[in-house]
Structure formats: C-alpha cells, structure tokens
Design a protein. Structure first.
Ligand code: FEO
Length: 169
C-alpha cells in the first residue's frame, strides 16, 4: 500500500506528464502550421510518449491499491519563434521533469518504499535519454542557424521518428 504522501506526489507527477504531453502537442501543432512536418512528427511522438509516462504512473498507483486523481491541465504556449526556441524549451522542461522525478525518488527512499523506487528507476533512465535527445537536436540547430537547407534536411530526418509504446521497449 502506498502512503498517502507518496500517492499524492505520484498523482502530481501524472499531471506533470499530461502537461508535458499537452506542451509537445502544442509544439507539434505549431510546427505543422508552419509547414515543418518532420518537426511536427517528432513532437507528436513526444506527445504520445508523455501520455504513456502518465499512464505508467496511473497504472502503478492502481496496482498498489491507490487512487489516481486527474487534476486540471494548465495552459501551454501555442507558438515558438523558431525550431531552436521550441527545442530549448523542450530541454528546459525535461530538466524540470528530471528534478521532479528525483524528488519523488528521494521521497520513496525516505519512506523505504522499495517498489516505488524500482518503478521510478525507469523514469530516472528515461530522463537521461530525454535530455540527451533534446540537447542533440539543439546542437544540430545551433550549427544550422538560419540555413534553410539545413532546416529542411533536419525536418526530413525527424520525419523518420516512429512511435514505440513503452510496454514494447
Ligand atoms: Fe515524461 Fe519527457 O518526461
């Protein structure tokens, strides 16, 4: 059985993951509207992965006899000045999520809840990948600067990203 404190913290994280999904869907919409389908595809897959993250926590709370509680999702931006601005926001957001996961892990450790620590290890590893991927795209965009052909080529590259449900990883 989860402690009430940990259950509440995990419910907050469900909200943070759904907010992340909302953020990336909004970025996807902005890229699509600006004629950059590859960037839009990348963000759309990110949106689906964030929903998976939320559902992993949702299902975990149920498996431990708790009660998932869905809270309002706060507003997100709808436009970004450039692909670089969107990916810089992505990295900054993922760094915040990493801090939230670390706080959850610290709470589970304090409470000697080993099952929750084990579940959260997946998120700890996932955040390393999330930050590294965003940083890689930022690095590419900084090299490209305003070069139209570079943006076009990166857009093509990101159009190849495919969605893999986390259960299948
Ligand atoms: Fe669910 Fe991108 O962290």
């Amino acid at each position: 059985m989860l402690s009430k404190k940990l259950e509440a913290a995990l419910n907050e994280q469900i909200n943070a993951e759904f907010w992340s999904a909302y953020l990336y869907l909004s970025m996807s919409a902005d890229f699509a509207a600006k004629g950059q389908p590859g960037f839009a595809n990348w963000m759309h897959i990110q949106f689906k992965e964030e929903q998976d993250h939320a559902m992993k926590l949702f299902n975990y709370i149920i498996s431990r006899g708790g009660h998932p509680e869905l809270k309002p999702i706060a507003e997100v931006n709808t436009q970004w000045a450039s692909p670089l601005a969107a990916f810089e926001d992505t990295l900054a957001h993922e760094q915040e999520v990493t801090a939230l996961i670390n706080e959850l892990y610290a709470l589970a450790t304090e409470e000697k809840d080993y099952a929750t620590q084990s579940m959260l290890k997946w998120f700890v590893d996932e955040q390393v990948e999330e930050e590294a991927t965003a940083q890689g795209i930022i690095d590419a965009l900084r090299m490209i600067k305003d070069n139209g052909f570079g943006i076009y080529t990166l857009d093509k590259e990101l159009s190849a990203r495919v969605y893999t449900p986390i259960e299948a990883e």
